[in-house]
Write a protein that binds this ligand. Sequence first.
Ligand SMILES: Cc1cc2nc3c(=O)[nH]c(=O)nc-3n(C[C@H](O)[C@H](O)[C@H](O)COP(=O)(O)O)c2cc1C
Length: 186
Amino acid sequence: MRRYSKKDFPTENIRRFLEPGPIVLVSSAYKGETNIMTMGWHMVMEFQPSLVGCIISSANHSFEMIRKSRQCAINIPTEDIAATVVKIGNSSGRDIDKFSEFGLTPTPGTHVRAPLIGECYANFECRLVDVSQVRKYNMFIFEVVKAHVATTPKVPKTIHYRGDGEFMISGATTRKYRKLFRPEML
Ligand SMILES: Cc1cc2nc3c(=O)[nH]c(=O)nc-3n(C[C@H](O)[C@H](O)[C@H](O)COP(=O)(O)O)c2cc1C
């Protein structure tokens, strides 16, 4: 086994190693308006109910739309629309209609009014279930109440942000360590 030689690393940048869950697009709707924001800071919190914690800056237009509508959709984009994902994250719904500006298709969900993004590999319809951490951390806790996932490809080429304009694209998958898991840990 290799031992790595290391140097001091700024604590404010450790996110470059912890963050790489997939970048997602959070869509919302409130009073006839729709919006989309790009989000990297999210974490799975529970299997059932299916809970996801999301950090949504109060500076974002999405913040109030989601806080007031108490809903959103978490959409999983893939590499083919990475440029659009960055542009969505570098503009505000205060100034533009991001669905029409970026040619994305709003698709109705079944459980929430927030539109699902047709061009994304997966769409998770979410209800806001816990706002206890919003004031302190801008952290919204959602329950995924319905999930729509593409049937092909089996493993999507998701995009993972490493900070400083650098993305990692998901690559090889392996099942060679599967036999080391206890069944209940799979
Ligand atoms: C790669 C990437 C990741 C981002 N992650 C987050 C995040 O986790 N939380 C957040 O509040 N904003 C995040 N942003 C910034 C928002 O997407 C950005 O402020 C967006 O323009 C807000 O849109 P809105 O004002 O229409 O809501 C990210 C942007 C990019 C490009």
